[in-house]
Design a protein around this ligand. Structure first.
Ligand code: S3P
Length: 182
């Protein structure tokens, strides 16, 4: 049987496709899929937007780390999609890379902008930014975060590719890189 890393983490900017690719990749690898935002919302009994509105971003970030740590330290195999900000907080990327195999879904500013305009309102960090300023915001924010994303064990470009193509490409790369993976 194929030996894939037990814990696979997908990271990348908002709307880079972490959840949809994660769901499909988990099926291909025959294991559970976990979305960190869904996990937080279920455990806190509040939606992500409600957590931001009612408790504030620092509370969300604290919980994000608590649940990430919990998931990374259990013994189960999974594909986990984390939030766009998760790897950028103190010690997070180091912990991710120590306990799991990380993959960065790399999308261009243009791709992210086109995807985020229509769904901006659902995103606590973006909903107050006017459309006209959104592309510049994404460019700066992505630049700041890229330093962390680029520490992933593997980067996969997602522009102009379907979820299915990306998931299959990841499986292929995992097989190819098998010897390098713990
Ligand atoms: C965030 C991304 C969101 C969610 C929260 C904050 C971020 O997750 O965790 O709104 O800081 O980029 P997605 O990347 O899954 O949208």
């Amino acid at each position: 049987m194929e030996e894939f890393p037990k814990k696979i983490i997908l990271m990348g900017y908002m709307a880079s496709g972490k959840s949809s690719v994660g769901r499909e990749l988990a099926i291909l690898l025959n294991r559970n899929f976990i979305d960190l935002d869904v996990f937080i919302a279920e455990n806190e009994d509040l939606s992500i937007s409600q957590i931001f509105d009612e408790k504030g971003e620092p509370y969300f970030r604290k919980k994000e780390m608590v649940y990430l740590r919990e998931l990374l330290h259990n013994d189960s195999a999974f594909v986990l999609s984390v939030g766009g900000g998760t790897p950028t907080f103190t010690g997070a990327i180091e912990m991710i890379n120590e306990k799991a195999f990380s993959i960065y879904l790399k999308a261009s500013i243009q791709t992210l902008f086109e995807r985020l305009v229509p769904e901006k309102i659902e995103r606590p960090l973006l909903k107050k930014i006017p459309d006209i300023a959104l592309q510049e915001y994404i460019a700066v924010h992505l630049f700041e975060r890229s330093h962390y994303y680029l520490k992933a064990n593997l980067s996969v470009s997602v522009d102009f590719k379907s979820t299915n193509e990306i998931s299959k490409e990841i499986v292929h790369l995992l097989k190819e890189n098998g010897k390098l993976i713990h």
